[in-house]
Design a protein around this ligand. Sequence first.
Ligand SMILES: C[S@@+](CC[C@H](N)C(=O)[O-])C[C@H]1O[C@@H](n2cnc3c(N)ncnc32)[C@H](O)[C@@H]1O
Length: 317
Amino acid sequence: MISFLLSGDNPEIAIAEILSLAEAYGRLKGYWTDERILTIDFEGEEFFHRVAFSHEAIELHRICKTSELENVFSDIKVNGSFCVRVSGIGLKSDSNLEKKLGAILLKKGGHVDLQNPDTLVRVYLTKKNCYVGFLKFKQDKKQFLQRRPDKRPFFMPVVILPKLAKALVNLTSVKNGKILDPMCGTGSFLIEAGLMGLEIYGMDYYEDIAKGCKENLNFMKLNGKVLRGDVRDMPFKDNSFDGIVTDYPYFRATRKSRNEDLYERSLLEIKRVLKKGCRAVIVTNVELKDFPMEVVYRLSQRVHGSLTRRIYVLRKT
Ligand SMILES: C[S@@+](CC[C@H](N)C(=O)[O-])C[C@H]1O[C@@H](n2cnc3c(N)ncnc32)[C@H](O)[C@@H]1O
């Protein structure tokens, strides 16, 4: 069993991301959440390199009450160096607890290394439970800063930042295969999908934007096809893609858009070019009600006062 410490900025997206990846990489037998801890009963290949919206993951050893912690530690065997780290999730933890629990392990052999231990024993304390396990994954937060969109040769103000873009690609639940962004803009989704090793296809209505997107892919040393085209009438065969992820142009709710048929026609096209059983992740600033596909998740992300992104995960049945 694996417990994830979810990122606090949007636990809904964080949960959907892990569940989507678990389905892509193996069999999800069950899951539950406790505050910002998501525990999955999962059989399959490890997928930590894909995760964007979690800080850490542990291989779960035991769930217990605070009063049982010392007993649980008496059962833990560590070889070589170790370190114990305790964090309260939404509560303050006793600052002496790490030392107390470390002393129990020390008595049974091994030695303490706080910098680079062979085993990091991790404890998350929630109001109800203690999660004790071995650290398997720590998020590399620097990667998202290094890939900041303003560092790319082609930039547009309405871009999706790398961390969210990575999570939204993951919501397609694609492990390998072809990903399409038919309104690719600067290519934020394509860059994240390309870095995951997926085959990337982009399209934009405007020639100069499609060219700029291709420049960004080259800058990131990624191969991908980008063309000019209209999402309402795409030049792709039926059932071509394993996943689609795209971000619609942002319209003001009060202004009647010139693109009145955009949603209706593009959603039918997205369905047509998507393979059966596969997912499309749709981002928009307007609330949509009717879809020609099954809705797997309805999520949202507040950007600022007047902009909330709606995220719809759809499946072609
Ligand atoms: C919100 S932006 C996408 C931003 C992109 N996700 C990024 O991070 O850079 C929407 C894009 O849709 C494109 N677009 C608008 N109408 C379109 C259409 N009918 N077909 C294809 N692309 C379209 C716009 O040119 C714009 O680049």
